[in-house]
Unconditional design. Structure first.
Length: 268
């Protein structure tokens, strides 16, 4: 600290202990030496009011230490008059330079501003982190909603597919039942036709037997009645034609019904 001072005034020091001697050596080492005397020895020899004085020159370099006397104080001990203080201040050659106060940008203010900037940046970082957290939470909620929507859509599609399969199965069942009913109807119709055909054949056989019997009886009649045979023969011939006509009509009706049944089955 002593080596950094510009103007130094060192009064006498009396070494009584080894620590005091070390202190005197340290003080003497902080002064620019003067070849005319030894600073370490002079410190312990100074009289009352005498001191070692070191100041700065015009270039700011420390001058050699000098040995001299210090004038006593020439001021009063009472409170100075404000008017007198004002007069001395205004008559000072430094009044023009230091009249107006100038608050420079100090290191404290610089550090305080830096601390405010750091605090502001920390607040911004905290807000950014909170925003990122909220965005992540919102994205998580959106993902959960999307997953729920996809799950519901999948369940809905599965339900629709199940219902569609059930409808198709019911339609297939109804179609099979309808086809089975149609087959039963066709079998019943076929059985009815066979029954009617058997009845017709029986009637035809009965008619043929009756006609054969009539012809036999005609051949056994006497000669006097043979003149009427052509009439009976024409009667049997007309009967045979009517019988054939009815059989052909019955055959056509049976064929028509069979064709309708077959074509109806193919269309369905």
């Amino acid at each position: 600290m002593l080596s950094q001072l510009g103007t130094k005034i060192q009064h006498a020091l009396r070494p009584f202990t080894p620590n005091d001697q070390k202190a005197i050596r340290a003080v003497a080492a902080s002064l620019r030496s003067n070849p005319e005397f030894n600073s370490e020895t002079a410190i312990s020899e100074l009289a009352k009011g005498e001191a070692l004085i070191s100041a700065l020159d015009e270039s700011g370099a420390p001058e050699m230490v000098q040995r001299g006397f210090i004038f006593p104080l020439r001021c009063g001990g009472d409170v100075a008059d404000p008017a007198f203080v004002q007069e001395l201040t205004q008559n000072s050659p430094l009044y023009a330079k230091y009249a107006e106060p100038y608050d420079r940008y100090s290191a404290y203010e610089m550090l305080e501003d830096m601390a405010h900037e750091v605090e502001h940046q920390m607040e911004l970082d905290a807000q950014e982190a909170q925003l990122q957290k909220e965005m992540a939470q919102r994205q998580k909620e959106l993902d959960a909603q999307e997953a729920q929507r996809l799950k519901e859509q999948k369940a809905f599609e599965a339900q629709q597919l199940k219902e569609q399969k059930a409808i198709e199965a019911q339609q297939l069942k109804d179609q099979k039942a309808l086809e089975a009913q149609r087959q039963r109807d066709l079998k019943a119709l076929e059985a009815q036709r066979l029954k009617e055909r058997d009845a017709l054949q029986k009637r035809q056989a009965a008619s043929a037997a009756a006609a054969s019997k009539a012809r036999t009886q005609t051949t056994k009649t006497p000669a006097k009645t043979q003149t009427r045979a052509p009439a009976k023969s024409s009667t049997s011939t007309a009967f045979d034609k009517a019988l054939q006509s009815s059989m052909s009509q019955f055959g056509r009706s049976v064929s028509r019904e069979l064709a309708r049944g077959l074509f109806g089955t193919m269309k369905k």
